[in-house]
Write a protein that binds this ligand. Structure first.
Ligand code: BG6
Length: 488
């Protein structure tokens, strides 16, 4: 029997992401035949009421799964609910009897997904351990935020490790489950022509941008205590950096890959307070318009104090102090309420050493490789070619790998992919404790410098590309963000 227990089973993440992902896996025949799903949360709910909520989550957020009414009924038949107060041992007795045969069956396995605040992680894991529920094949998935800084992350990790082995802990970063992120590994390590170019000799700079159009939605209270640096940079952006910049691993095993990723995170150049003010920009959105529709300012969002100083935008000029990347800027950017929704990695190659083509014969922007994670997945290599016709006029053309067109295979959403990996015991796309620690070590000095600088928060109009200072961050080095680039 495989048991999936979802703590925080009535929460927003469960409703929007986890339950729909589980259902999609079920509809596509990816779950074991003897599978059960138990929702767990503090509310006292009957199985029936929980099933009604699951149905609602599926109908609202799992449309792409295309399940039939019979499949939905079959999924609900595997679903039940257990009321859990993390500090009430008796509730775990009840959960244990609901899980049933675990421990008695040699092939029984359970996955406990902790979609709850980090203050609840440890009490839950402690109770699971005391009740003998995390022995053998049991695994625990923990959601971010894992800590607020290096110290608190270390405490959480140590506490988790006192009940679990490292290979039982699945620290989820849903960006790692995105198709294109995994494709990056294939692009880099299954093609011969990229590797000789993938270094400081040939690459001018790397830009990684995750722009969102949404604001803070219903999460104002949480977000205001978190900010974009902790919410997006510490995890998603740094994970992308580590995959772009890592050395070839010795094989594709989870630890071989994570060994190389952590080296990149450790090599990130740590900023002094002076560097923080020169190399980082933070901003907060004011009222504006997104896609032509007026939107309110961050400070007017529900749950956000009107005097909030939380950042909703971050841009950073990072550097990696090692032989491959010394001197190559990694420009990182993320923001809410930006002009469009787009997550993109751009590798800008160095310019040609000398042009035999005169001015007026076309743009000479150097080659670039653009890897788009969303909204659509694609890899484009921009090259120069001659425009058809008389004389030589150069234009920028893209060798375009459009994955929606190139393959008819079913697209697996990141949460589904990661859930299945966790159920199968594959740790490759989960974050190891040393990676998490190294990421926080790099973030800490930035956070501290910002805390001591009351002037640095810039504002930007909702629906724009962020504060002007973010453009200046690149302009002063003679470059520009992708959307700002002007051919000359
Ligand atoms: C989450 C952040 O981790 O990622 C959210 O907490 C953000 O604030 C989300 O909106 C973005 O994910 P995606 O997959 O929509 O780009």
């Amino acid at each position: 029997m495989t048991t999936f227990v979802l703590f925080g089973g009535t929460g927003d993440l469960a409703k929007r992401k986890i339950i729909p992902a589980l259902y999609s896996a079920f509809v596509n025949g990816r779950l074991a035949t003897d599978f059960q799903f138990i929702g767990a949360a503090r509310e006292a709910l009957s199985d029936e009421v929980f099933r009604a909520r699951v149905t609602n989550a599926i109908e609202t957020y799992a449309k792409l799964a295309n399940g039939t009414p019979e499949q939905l009924a079959a999924f609900l038949a595997l679903t039940s609910y257990s009321k859990i107060d993390a500090r009430a041992p008796a509730d775990f007795d009840a959960l244990k009897s609901r899980i049933g045969t675990i421990g008695n069956e040699s092939n029984a396995s359970s996955l406990f997904y902790l979609a709850v605040g980090p203050d609840i992680f440890i009490p839950v894991v402690e109770q699971l351990s005391k009740h003998g529920l995390v022995e053998g094949n049991a695994r625990v998935v923990v959601e971010k935020p894992l800590g607020r800084d290096a110290k608190s992350a270390k405490e959480i990790n140590q506490a988790l490790r006192s009940y679990l082995r490292e290979n039982q802990i699945y620290r989820i970063d849903h960006y790692l489950g995105k198709e294109m992120v995994q494709n990056l590994l294939a692009l880099r390590f299954a093609n011969s022509f990229l590797e000789p170019l993938w270094n400081r000799k040939w690459i001018q700079d790397v830009q990684i941008s995750i722009a969102e159009q949404v604001g803070v939605e219903t999460r104002g209270d949480f977000y205001d205590k978190t900010g974009a640096l902790r919410d997006m940079v510490q995890n998603h952006l740094l994970q992308l950096v580590s995959i772009v910049a890592m050395e070839p691993p010795v094989n594709a095993n989870p630890d071989a890959i994570r060994d190389e990723k952590v080296k990149v995170l450790r090599a990130l150049h740590k900023f002094t307070p002076d560097e923080v003010s020169k190399k980082t920009v933070r901003g907060q959105y004011r009222a504006g318009a997104v896609d032509g529709k007026p939107v309110i300012s961050y400070q007017n969002e529900a749950g956000v104090p009107p005097s909030s100083r939380a950042e909703t935008f971050v841009a950073i000029r990072a550097e990696i102090d090692n032989w491959r990347w010394g001197g190559v800027p990694f420009y990182l950017r993320t923001g809410k309420r930006m002009a469009s929704r787009c997550a993109e990695i751009t590798i800008n190659f160095k310019p040609i050493p000398y042009s035999i083509f005169g001015k007026g014969q076309g743009p000479l922007r150097s080659n670039r490789l653009v890897i788009t994670l969303q909204p659509e997945e694609s890899v484009q290599l921009f090259m120069k070619a001659k425009e058809p016709g008389e004389g030589i006029r150069l234009s920028d053309v893209a060798l375009n790998l459009d994955f929606a067109e190139a393959s008819s295979s079913r697209r697996v959403e990141s949460y589904e992919r990661l859930l299945l990996d966790a159920l199968h015991g594959d740790l490759t796309l989960f974050v190891r404790d040393d990676e998490l620690g190294a990421a926080w070590e790099w973030i800490d000095p930035i956070m501290h410098a910002w805390e001591n600088d009351s002037e640095g928060l810039k504002s930007y109009i909702a629906g724009s590309w962020g504060p002007a200072a973010a453009s200046y961050l690149l302009a002063q080095h003679g470059t520009a963000w992708g959307e700002e680039y002007v051919e000359s």
